[in-house]
Ligand binder design. Structure first.
Ligand code: TYM
Length: 338
């Protein structure tokens, strides 16, 4: 097994990233490590330049995200942690895959439509070809499993399509150049929603900080955000079917269940019939209990730029070695003389 996943260093790590992806990164590190497989996790700084950005902030955010990921439990002796910019093979493979990716495939990507909004003509070319870089990230390491939230599923399907077409066009059936990766999406936390709007996903790009719980929020802030979260006036139902049509209630109950490692049915057995006046404080306490240790580790790590750079460089050295055979095979398969 070879596991790989990435996160953009554009702002704080939030509860959606943590429950949707990073918690699975840590779990897979333990499981896959025990079986002798590799886990590679990276900060997608090359993806971050697809949107307007301030260079000094990108540098600071890359280090801060490295600290956050380590604080969540990624052990850099067992997992390979790096930032994309230190491993040029990602950008190089992207160019080689641009010959295989079809414009029609990129036109279907919903993230491009969401992020470019009404000003599609003014969006960067990088935002448009972003999914090809993501395919390169995954394919360069012969990745078998990719732990992500549901919003990344379409990008992973594209990576599979690119791999399949490249293998068909340029490799023999018994010696494919690329492995087809499988997404690993947590069933209970595939999509954590905004605290202000149960129909929008929790996101770093939401202008309201009240819409998300950041892993860097202190206990009082977390509690305040949960207490102010949008809800309806009804009491909680006793069974999951009663959450139908109640997006905000369903989101808060889902967060509780995921954090407590319980089913939604179990949470409703405990809280059914109670109003949000008693459920919200219980959820806030659970959040603080689970996230405070991460927050404390993050605070201890975040200001040591030299140590964080050393961690990323150590990981990048290993990643560069693992990337080389696939990059070489891709050049060869395409008939490029070097
Ligand atoms: P990014 O930085 O937007 O998010 C990082 C991870 O967090 C998950 N996630 C969520 N899960 C559940 N609910 C939410 N509200 C929520 N918000 C975010 C995302 O699904 C993701 O797993 N393009 C990617 C980064 C990337 C990547 C890759 C991932 C680049 N190359 C290769 C996997 C493999 C992104 O922008 O994720």
């Amino acid at each position: 097994m070879r596991v790989l996943s990435g996160i953009q260093p554009t702002g704080n790590l939030h509860l959606g990233n943590y429950l949707g992806a990073i918690r699975n990164w840590v779990r897979m590190q333990d499981e896959v490590g025990a079986q002798g497989g590799d886990c590679l996790y990276f900060l997608a700084d090359l993806h971050a330049i697809s949107m307007p950005h301030v260079p000094a902030e990108l540098t600071a955010n890359t280090r801060a995200m490295a600290a956050a990921v380590v604080a969540c439990g990624i052990d850099t002796d067992r997992s390979i942690l790096f930032n994309q910019a230190r491993v040029p093979a990602h950008a190089e493979l992207q160019w080689l895959l641009n010959g295989t990716a079809r414009i029609g495939w990129l036109n279907r990507m919903t993230q491009f439509k969401d992020k470019s909004g009404k000003n599609r003509e003014g969006a960067s070319a990088a935002l448009y070809t972003y999914p090809v870089l993501q395919a390169a990230d995954v394919l360069i390491y012969q990745t078998t499993h990719v732990p992500v939230g549901e919003d990344q599923k379409q990008h992973l399907e594209l990576a599979r399509d690119i791999a399949q077409k490249f293998n068909n066009d340029f490799a023999s059936e018994d010696a494919p150049v690329f492995t087809l990766p499988e997404p690993i999406i947590p069933p209970g936390a595939a999509r954590i929603m905004s605290l202000r709007d149960g129909s929008a996903k929790m996101s770093k790009s939401d202008p309201s900080d009240m819409s998300r719980i950041n892993l860097t929020d202190d206990a009082d802030t977390m509690m305040q955000k949960v207490k102010k979260a949008r809800t309806d006036p009804e009491a909680l139902p006793s069974e999951p079917a009663g959450l139908e049509g109640r997006a905000e209630a369903r989101n808060l109950v889902g967060i509780y269940a995921t954090l407590a490692d319980m089913t939604v049915a179990d949470v409703l057995r405990d809280f059914g019939g109670q109003g949000f006046g008693s459920f919200k404080p219980a959820l806030g306490e659970l959040l603080v209990d689970r996230l405070a240790p991460i927050n404390a580790r993050y605070v201890a790590l975040k200001d040591d730029a030299a140590a964080l750079d050393a961690i990323l460089e150590k990981g990048a050295q290993k990643a560069r070695t693992l990337a080389k055979p696939t990059l070489d095979a891709t050049y060869d398969a395409l008939g490029l003389c070097r």
